[in-house]
Ligand binder design. Structure first.
Ligand code: NAD
Ligand code: ZN
Ligand code: ZN
Length: 337
């Protein structure tokens, strides 16, 4: 099978032939039709984080396709089922986190395109218990970004625990953020969107954001405080420390600052303001299988639609360069067939 492979951090990916994976009894084999390109894949290939991706690595955790082979113990899926393989490739199923509906926090989890090979390939092996079926009325290209960008932002809005009519500010209107705006609108929140450039801010407006601010040219905090008296929650998907600092300062008293983006930096937290303002700072990592089912249902009902730019596997190094330059408006999805 053809796959894109990283052999060294910050090196270009290599397109090459690899053996099609062999299955254990609980595995399935998915013929990948499409795979979204997440900024996490770029962090993985650059070795950005304290816990590094395996090498060599086939990245990709927004892979979707059809099941073409089943391990001997798989009884709940069949050949031909349309499924996606998320970041949460597998979890142990019996620890405190797995048992309490927090499998995304399982210490024994494997991650697609990070600790195990992912979907930048024509075929990908997956754990049968952790793939999720794609609703019939979504195409593969429409579904792919929901398997990370969609579920992650939907979950972040859930953990913000705010109510319809409240204000939420989305920092970063990229692959994650453009879906965050849509989920926030669909959940009944009033939305502020912060990014830079006419393309991203126009898109945010079209997707339902009421206030759109450019972090390079606007007084973001001044405008948010003036127009909303401070938002009830922020979801920060920006790949920038500055974005996190601004998102913290945009919240009102008692507000929630949900951290989602993963720039490899620290964020200084002012203790005095946090205490006196009763601020909550919450980390949010992808979502569970149930979150994924819910987030796909929003799309199946037409309430959320990923804006996609179709490319092919051979384009991957150019796609990463565009991502570094901040030039992608929506989510790039590589079509594999
Ligand atoms: P992306 O490159 O598509 O989008 C990032 C956006 O942030 C860009 O539009 C960029 O212009 C914008 N940005 C940069 N600096 C900013 C600032 N100061 N203020 C506002 N916006 C700013 O990336 P993506 O695929 O959406 O991923 C975003 C981040 O989320 C990455 O770090 C990724 O690793 C992380 N991520 C986290 C989770 C999770 O579960 N927590 C899941 C997926 C991705
Ligand atoms: Zn991702
Ligand atoms: Zn577990």
């Amino acid at each position: 099978m053809k796959a894109a492979v990283t052999y060294g951090y910050k090196e270009p990916l290599v397109i090459e032939e690899r053996p099609t994976p062999t299955l254990n009894p609980k595995d399935i084999l998915v013929k990948i039709h499409a795979c979204g390109v997440c900024h996490t894949d770029l962090h993985a290939c650059h070795g950005d984080w304290p816990v590094k991706a395996k090498l060599p690595l086939v990245p990709g955790h927004e892979g979707v396709g059809e099941i073409v082979a089943l391990g001997a113990q798989i009884t709940h899926l069949k050949i031909g089922d349309r499924v996606g393989i998320p970041w949460l490739y597998s979890a142990c199923g019996h620890c405190e986190y797995c048992l309490s509906g927090n499998e995304n926090l399982c210490l024994a989890q494997q991650n697609a395109g990070y600790s195990v090979d992912g979907s930048y390939a024509q075929y990908c092996k997956a754990h049968g218990d952790y793939v999720i079926k794609i609703p019939d009325n979504l195409t593969y290209v429409e579904a792919a970004p929901l398997f990370c960008a969609g579920v992650t932002t939907y979950k972040a809005l859930k953990v913000a625990n705010i109510k319809p009519g409240d204000w939420v500010a989305i920092f970063g209107v990229g692959g994650l953020g453009h879906l965050a705006v849509q989920y926030a609108v669909a959940m009944g929140f009033n939305v502020v969107a912060v990014d830079t450039g006419a393309d991203k801010l126009t898109l945010a407006k079209e997707l339902g954001a009421e206030i759109c601010l450019d972090f390079k040219t606007d007084d973001v905090i001044g405008q948010i405080l003036k127009q909303t008296q401070g938002v009830h929650a922020t979801i920060c998907t920006a790949v920038s420390k500055a974005g996190f600092e601004q998102s913290y300062r945009a919240i009102r008293r008692g507000g929630k600052c949900v951290l989602v983006g993963l720039p490899p930096e620290d964020m200084p937290i002012p203790i005095f303001d946090t205490v006196l303002n009763g601020v909550s700072i919450i980390g949010s990592i992808v979502g569970t299988r149930q979150d994924l089912v819910e987030c796909l249902d929003f799309a199946a009902r037409g309430k959320v639609k990923a804006i996609t730019i179709e490319k092919s596997l051979e384009d991957i190094n150019d796609i990463f360069n565009d991502m570094i330059a901040g030039e992608i408006n929506g989510r790039v999805v590589m079509k594999m067939c």
